[in-house]
Design a protein around this ligand. Structure first.
Ligand SMILES: *Cc1c(COP(=O)(O)O)cnc(C)c1O
Length: 331
């Protein structure tokens, strides 16, 4: 089976496991795990922010990050197929008391005109107050699309004049960085707070970080503990993340090349496949998924007519070629 359902399916490599086994650890709730502290400091620095917080999941990093900008009863604006809107099971409402309004863009892009027309920081006692805008780079359900730095900078400039705050869901910001050559610090500069995952294309078994100001991270550390997310000798996991940052960032370029092969086999313009995700329309997505599985290729339906394929560390060039042949035959 060639498994293209998600880039979360990777298993830690032998070398990553060795790094985990050798990690120096302490009780991180006491602030005494040196491996976690080093990872947090390193990742904060990569994005030009003051501090970072290690979390078990990207969803928790997003919940903590958005809650650092948006108070209960306020709203965040985002694209309608954003992970925070579709794939976090309503956590921002259920846990943080936050509502959302959305704009829709087929490629998950920033629509500043739509944002400006929705933005309502204070329209009197009848309207929900907008506190923040959230953007996702790369955009998962739009097919791993990259948000151009110019658009993010325009959003930042608008936010600076209006007082809106910006959350960046950067679960796959590494892929955007490698695909475009944009410096991580340039992405960091456009956001008040961001979330990044080590457990997607980078291949760590678990782990994400929220990145932001020292104050926001101090508050998030309290909220994380309240949510039951205070972890103890978690340096063994942070070590996997540090190993992934050392060895698995630049190689995502291979995943991008493999995704272009698959996109082409499915009849897409390969140029439209920007990173490691391919989303295509098929009249009956579940039937297409089942037919691919019969031929040894596992893919996922992400809507009744939308199919998603994701390349990652455990998919070789030979796997990609074989999967492309199967998918091309299915049509
Ligand atoms: C995977 C993902 C997350 C976080 O997911 P977890 O499974 O909770 O780690 C957040 N945002 C995007 C865009 C994602 O793809």
């Amino acid at each position: 089976m060639i498994d293209l359902r998600s880039d979360t399916l990777t298993r830690p490599t032998e070398a990553m496991r060795a790094a985990m086994a050798g990690a120096e650890v302490g009780d991180d709730v006491y602030g005494e795990d040196p491996t976690v502290a080093a990872l947090e400091e390193r990742v904060a620095g990569m994005f030009g922010h003051e501090a970072a917080l290690f979390t078990p999941t990207g969803s928790m990093a997003n919940v903590l990050a958005v809650a650092s900008l948006v108070a209960p009863g306020q709203e965040v604006l985002c694209e309608s197929s954003a992970h925070i809107a579709r794939a976090e099971l309503g956590a921002h409402g259920a846990i943080s008391g936050i509502t959302m309004r959305t704009w829709t863009h087929p490629r998950g892009q920033v629509d500043l005109g739509a944002i400006e027309s929705m933005y309502a920081p204070d329209m009197g006692p009848f309207f929900v107050r907008t506190a923040a805008v959230s953007v996702e780079n790369t955009h998962n359900f739009a097919g791993g699309t990259v948000l151009p730095l110019e658009d993010l900078r325009a959003l930042r400039a608008w936010a600076d004049t209006t007082g809106a705050r910006i959350h960046l869901d950067g679960a796959r910001l590494w892929n955007a960085h490698v695909a475009t050559g944009t410096a991580l610090a340039d992405y960091g500069r456009i956001a008040d707070v961001l979330a990044v995952c080590l457990s997607k294309g980078l291949g760590a078994p678990i782990g994400s970080l929220m990145v932001g100001s020292a104050d926001a991270i101090a508050e998030a550390r309290v909220r994380r503990k309240r949510m039951g997310g205070g972890m103890r000798q978690v340096g063994v996991l942070a070590a996997a993340g540090a190993y992934a940052l050392d060895h698995h960032v630049e190689r995502v370029a291979d995943d991008h090349a493999h995704a272009r092969l698959l996109g082409e086999a499915l009849g897409l313009d390969p140029e439209s496949v920007q990173t490691n995700i391919v989303v295509v329309e098929r009249p009956d997505a579940p039937a297409f998924v089942a037919a691919a599985a019969d031929q040894g290729v596992r893919i996922a339906a992400v809507g009744p007519r939308a199919v998603r394929l994701v390349t990652h560390l455990d998919v070789t060039r030979a796997d990609a070629d074989r999967a492309a042949a199967v998918l091309a035959r299915l049509g």
